[in-house]
Design a protein around this ligand. Structure first.
Ligand code: ZN
Length: 148
């Protein structure tokens, strides 16, 4: 269910189109994504950090297989917390952010209790791709930034 932004399994990331973001180990697409992240850093402060950026379709495939294994082969269950390859937006422009030093909690609802989250929300950055009780049945992901 939902949009399929990446149409082929052999889709490659063109290196010239992405840039490594210092101290994060992650990449963002040049253009809108980097611009948005930089603006966010400027407005929210250094406490906001990129936690996951560009992913290739094969990386997503591997992550999905791992998730499916953890869900004992229940692909429907797996797809509620990780988009199947092709249906993920980290392959286009979206990215995840969190609070610096918050570790694994950056991928839990605890993120919503942080100053970083409150600032992001007040500044209008939180245009959720996966809102609470979304129609496609994906869990609420307050860390996922939809690039518009
Ligand atoms: Zn995400």
């Amino acid at each position: 269910m939902g949009d399929k932004p990446i149409k082929t399994i052999i889709g490659k990331i063109i290196k010239k189109k992405v840039k490594k973001i210092p101290y994060t180990g992650n990449y963002l697409y040049r253009g809108k994504s980097i611009k948005m992240y930089k603006q966010m850093k400027k407005e929210v402060g250094d406490d906001v950090i990129l936690t996951s950026g560009v992913r290739s379709i094969m990386k997503q495939f591997l992550l999905f297989l791992n998730k499916a294994k953890k869900s004992h082969g229940n692909l429907s269950m797996a797809s509620r917390s990780l988009a199947p390859p092709g249906y993920f937006f980290h392959g286009v422009e979206d990215f995840d952010v969190g609070k610096k030093g918050y570790g694994i909690h950056n991928f839990t609802e605890r993120l919503t209790q942080t100053d970083v989250y409150k600032k992001l929300n007040n500044l209008g950055y939180l245009n959720f791709r996966y809102d609470r009780d979304n129609d496609i049945g994906v869990r609420f992901e307050p860390w996922h930034i939809e690039v518009v």
